[in-house]
Write a protein that binds this ligand. Structure first.
Ligand SMILES: [Zn+2]
Length: 259
């Protein structure tokens, strides 16, 4: 049994530098409250578990009050800049003028990337505003994490048209495997992984340098995907890559170092 699994089964901390590619803050938002989920409490938990850095966006994914929530994320990222790297989020149903104005405002205030989640906003995954956001992100070399990139064909079309973006698949949809394997700028997040043998299949079929741990905190608990990876029947070296080393490479590509 590898060291990570042994520690985990004893209830001990994994003692590995964890990097989280998909996380939410915003227990303060009235549409989706997370009790005992203040940013201060989350930071304490990140320190306890050993999470060095996380990409964060707000939990109010419907985007009904996006400016208010983006401001909260920006403030949290400034306060805890050692741990948090902020992505802004907009409701894709708004006009391109309003979307651009908000993303531009957030970028100037320090947002590093953009989070998309069309499904929760009753907007089509392959709608024209998704492409509009990618055009903006490509121009400013911002990474984009999308809850769903629609069909693999759609994702591939965007990758070809907007090659300067680092694309992050927000959840482990294995249909994207072929596209992920083909390009140098697509990253695959494990948030929500739960099926028996799912991690093993991912590691068998997908390039291992692209799979990154995403906990989806504070929507989900840190332990869910941490357990799925640490207990999977894959090599310890691969586990370490997924849990942190791969995202460190992404941060280097984005010129985000230790602050
Ligand atoms: Zn999420």
């Amino acid at each position: 049994m590898d060291k990570l699994k042994e520690k985990f089964l004893k209830g001990e901390m994994p003692k590995v530098s964890l990097y989280d590619i998909h996380a939410h803050l915003g227990g303060y938002n009235r549409d989706y409250p997370v009790f005992y989920g203040t940013t201060e409490e989350i930071i304490r938990e990140m320190e306890r578990i050993g999470i060095k850095k996380a990409f964060v966006f707000h939990l109010e994914v419907y985007g009904t009050e996006f400016s208010y929530n983006n401001d909260k994320i920006i403030a949290d990222c400034n306060k805890f800049s050692e741990y948090l790297i902020g992505f802004c989020l907009v409701n894709l149903n708004y006009s391109q003028k309003i979307i651009e104005k908000e993303i531009e405002r957030c970028r100037k205030l320090g947002s590093v990337g953009i989070k998309l989640i069309a499904q929760y906003q009753d907007y089509p995954d392959e709608g024209k505003n998704v492409e509009f956001v990618c055009e903006y992100a490509n121009h400013h070399k911002m990474p984009v994490l999308n809850h769903s990139w629609g069909s693999p064909k759609f994702l591939e079309r965007l990758v070809k048209k907007y090659p300067l973006i680092h694309y992050i698949c927000g959840h482990p949809v294995l249909a994207y495997t072929e596209v992920v394997n083909k390009y140098e700028n697509i990253w695959f997040c494990t948030a929500g992984v739960s099926g028996f043998g799912e991690v093993e299949k991912m590691v068998r079929t997908m390039r291992n340098d692209r799979i990154c741990w995403g906990s989806d905190f504070s929507d989900l608990d840190f332990g869910w995907t941490l357990g799925s990876i640490i207990l999977a029947e894959i090599g310890e070296k691969t586990k370490r890559r997924i849990l942190g080393e791969n995202m460190v490479q992404l941060l280097k590509k984005l010129s985000i170092g230790e602050r």
